[in-house]
Design a protein around this ligand. Structure first.
Ligand code: PMP
Length: 426
């Protein structure tokens, strides 16, 4: 028995399913999850001392690779001053200034401790600001696990085949209208009947929780128009895309300005951080300025702020995202070429430093329905083949992959050579 297998057995005694977040349990691909001991740059090392080229990057935050010196040094320096005060600190101002500078649609920002908190708070704010209850989301998009948003959700909920969760009161879920991603006509139709009751549209500007699906031209622009027409708040959930697809996030990449933005992952430098922000006029409704309540004991935690700010500064260098995109392209184009050599029905997607892998006959995947037609069983075999070769992909056919600055051309070539052997065995 490997050490990971032994640890997984031990973990199940006091931890539900042996994991603290469901997708980690390998339910989507079968088998035993690996337990990791340490990481460095593009590599993860498991408890059995096996090395893996990592394309999960802690589900997105590790855009610089693991243990990036700039981030580690900042955390060490902050540690010497104390781990938290539950009171204002100067670094929170630096963080807010930096976020607002990088994403000009954000005029004020509130720090929280997870992406879930960011989206939950943003929709409460949108509801409080508009005085409306209904929200619009898209099937297969995941915005964390707050009650209103855990309806037809993606990511782990989709992987486990439970996009709706027991425990979400029907009375609450009925306020969540779920439409088709990339289908602007469905949005216009829904708004024609209930538009004046809709507080907000929340959308992943690049969907990353039903594999990786880019917005079709006109989709995000259409959402902007509809929100303007009906006085609804447009929320871009950039927890995944923020600072990753471009320094200014998907809103910079596609040139569409939301009213509110939610952030997570990269903004915390690997520590637990989220944020939501946007128009000053809307943010003025949040406590203590306004009546919409939101708070957090650990919000703006100095260690987390130090890590996140160091990360944002490090990725602000010219050319960073161009290089990240070029590497992602090298990987996805390379995988397509290798698959073609084996006449395997396979395609990829990519936006900046995130990508998707699809086992499908379709040339391009642009909708939830299409992503559901992909061969998840084949992905599972591919996943385990790659794992045996020393490549760690997200353990689900419905998750995006992430490139980091630490990945080298050799790492990508290593991955392509591994894929060549694994594709041959499929
Ligand atoms: N929104 C999006 C787009 C996400 O991808 C995620 C997590 N993968 C969340 C929200 C929730 O973030 P967290 O897991 O930090 O609560």
């Amino acid at each position: 028995m490997s050490r990971s297998e032994a640890l997984f057995q031990a973990a199940q005694l006091h931890i539900p399913g042996g994991v603290n977040s469901p997708v980690r349990a390998f339910k989507g691909v079968g088998g035993t999850p690996l337990f990791f001991k340490h990481a460095s740059g593009a590599y993860l090392f498991d408890e059995d001392d096996q090395r893996y080229v990592d394309y999960v990057g802690s589900w997105g935050p590790m855009i610089l690779g693991h243990r990036a010196p700039a981030v580690i040094d900042a955390i060490r320096a902050a540690l010497d001053h104390g781990t938290g005060f539950g009171a204002p600190t100067a670094i929170e101002i630096d963080m807010a200034d930096k976020v607002c500078a990088l994403m000009p649609s954000i005029e004020m920002v509130r720090m929280v401790s997870s992406g879930t908190e960011a989206t939950m708070s943003a929709i409460r704010l949108a509801r409080g600001y508009t005085g409306r209850d209904k929200i619009v989301k898209f099937e297969g998009c995941y915005h964390g696990h707050s009650d209103s948003l855990l309806v037809k959700a993606g990511s782990g909920a989709l992987t486990l085949g439970e996009p709706n969760s027991p425990g979400v009161p029907a009375a609450l879920a009925e306020h969540t209208i779920t439409l088709n991603y990339n289908d602007i006509d469905s949005v216009r139709e829904a708004f024609a009947t209930v538009g004046d009751q809709v507080a907000c549209i929340i959308v992943e500007p690049v969907a990353g929780n039903m594999n990786c699906i880019a917005p079709l031209p006109g989709f995000l622009e259409g959402l902007r128009e509809v929100c303007d027409q009906y006085g609804s708040v447009l929320i871009f959930d950039e927890v995944m895309t923020g600072f990753r697809v471009a320094l200014g996030g998907a809103q910079a990449y596609f040139g569409v300005k939301p009213d509110l933005t939610t952030l997570g992952k990269v903004i915390g430098g690997g520590l637990p951080v989220g944020a939501f922000g946007g128009k000053r006029e809307i943010m003025h409704h949040i406590a203590p300025l306004g009546p919409v309540y939101q708070a957090g004991t650990l919000s703006g935690n100095p260690l987390a702020m130090a890590a996140g700010l160091a990360m944002l500064n490090a990725i602000s260098v010219p050319g960073f995202h161009e290089q990240l995109s070029a590497k992602t392209e090298l990987l996805t184009e390379g995988l397509e070429a290798v698959a073609l050599g084996h006449r395997l029905p396979f395609t990829t997607s990519r936006v900046g430093g995130m990508f998707g892998l699809f086992f499908t006959e379709q040339d391009e995947v642009t909708s939830f329905a299409q992503t559901m037609q992909c061969d998840a069983a084949k992905f599972g075999r591919f996943f385990h083949g790659m794992l045996a070769e020393g490549v760690y992909l997200a353990p689900s056919a419905f998750e995006a992959g992430f490139m980091s600055a630490a990945h080298t051309q050799q790492d990508i070539e290593f991955t392509l050579a591994a894929a060549d052997r694994v594709f041959a065995s499929l």
